[in-house]
Design a protein around this ligand. Structure first.
Ligand SMILES: NC(=O)c1ccc[n+]([C@@H]2O[C@H](COP(=O)([O-])OP(=O)(O)OC[C@H]3O[C@@H](n4cnc5c(N)ncnc54)[C@H](OP(=O)(O)O)[C@@H]3O)[C@@H](O)[C@H]2O)c1
Length: 331
């Protein structure tokens, strides 16, 4: 059956300007790292993407290595895009990345021009797209000159294979250097994608200042610490959860669900309830309270989690006292 998106899809989602660029992103974006691989259920993936778009989520984030197996999330997305979204290409911001190990030999990893250009060509084929909206270098490469990696991003934009470029997991000083090389080349850095959640606050130690000062957007990943910052693990590890699934490829494992973490989660959950939210919603609101954040990048295993998580938008302000309580819990 032909998919007809919800005509009211733009009514409730706020769109935030990405740094000082012309691009607006939804306050909540959807990532396809897990639950979209060849091992996952295609119809569940389709239902998630449709519900997200129906809810005003215009940005879908991928990478060459998402799956498993690597590449298969882009293939899944390509199938669903062809069936359901091809008439809506101009309403979508689709990103992909390269930087982690993807194929054998010296040209399928890190940050050479050879790897980045070839990898994006492969990604475009898997997704059946002519171009992506954002192409990221996925992690810093200590060996390749920054000029070469940023030069590859600039080349890709000039070739028309990406509209904008970004970087992921670069430190504050690496980010400053990358921004400066990209400015020199004439292809500004649109956005940075760092890991950021209540349990991992490294970006507060300088990166957010660099991004704010330079007018570069920020889209934090794993804002729920892969599910830990929800009420799901309060009574053990439920079947079907990411921690129980042993998916590999960086997915949370049982040993990350420690007593210390759960003690904090219980206290955070109490505060969330007092704010009229559940913990997942409060954890997302907490990220969005900072106006240097463009969008928060969620992952979901089922459509209901999209509905649940975007309710974070109903309350993204925190009192000074609430922030102090959160800081005390996280100490
Ligand atoms: N740049 C990078 O290096 C990098 C690295 C990692 C991720 N990312 C990007 O960031 C995206 C998000 O990362 P993530 O998936 O780790 O994000 P996350 O939001 O921290 O974790 C997602 C998981 O949390 C659980 N969840 C989500 N909403 C929930 C809700 N409302 N109630 C209860 N549980 C809920 C689900 O776990 P269950 O599966 O257990 O239901 C879901 O799979 C990825 O898809 C990817 O696009 C980028």
């Amino acid at each position: 059956m032909t998919y007809i998106p919800n005509p009211s899809r733009y009514k409730n989602m706020p769109y935030r300007r990405c740094g000082k660029s012309g691009l607006m992103l939804p306050a909540v974006s959807l990532g396809l790292w897990h639950n979209f691989g060849a091992i996952d259920n295609l119809e569940n993936a389709r239902a998630i993407l449709k519900l997200a778009f129906d809810s005003g989520i215009t940005h879908f984030d991928l990478a060459n290595n998402y799956g498993p197996p690597a590449g298969s999330a882009e293939e899944t997305f390509g199938k669903i895009f062809k069936d359901d979204f091809k008439n809506y290409r101009d309403e979508l911001i689709i990103s992909t990345k390269a930087g982690w190990g993807m194929w054998d030999g010296p040209y399928g990893d890190w940050g050479s021009k050879k790897y980045l250009v070839a990898s994006l060509d492969q990604s475009l084929k898997r997704m059946g797209l002519d171009y992506v909206d954002i192409f990221y270098h996925h992690r810093p490469d200590p060996e390749t000159p920054l000029e070469e990696t940023m030069g590859a991003l600039d080349l890709i934009v000039r070739q028309g294979k990406a509209l904008y470029v970004g970087i992921s997991s670069y430190s504050a000083s690496e980010t400053e250097a990358a921004i400066s090389v990209l400015n020199r080349l004439g292809t500004p850095c649109l956005i940075h994608q760092p890991k950021y959640s209540m349990f991992d606050r490294w970006v507060e130690g300088g990166l957010l200042d660099v991004l704010g000062d330079n007018g570069v957007g920020c889209i934090p990943f794993s804002p729920l610490a892969q599910g830990l910052l929800t009420n799901k693990y309060l009574k053990g590890i439920p079947e079907g959860s990411r921690a129980a699934s042993h998916r590999g490829n960086g997915a949370i494992e049982e040993d990350a669900i420690t007593d210390d973490k759960i003690a904090k989660v219980i206290k955070l959950n109490d505060l969330a309830l007092k704010r009229g939210q559940n913990l997942a919603q409060m954890a997302l609101s907490w990220i969005l309270k900072d106006d240097r954040i463009t969008s928060v990048l969620i992952g979901v295993s089922k459509p209901e989690q999209v509905t649940d998580s975007i309710k974070c938008l109903e309350n993204i302000s925190f009192s000074k006292e609430e922030l102090e309580i959160i800081n005390a819990i996280l100490e």
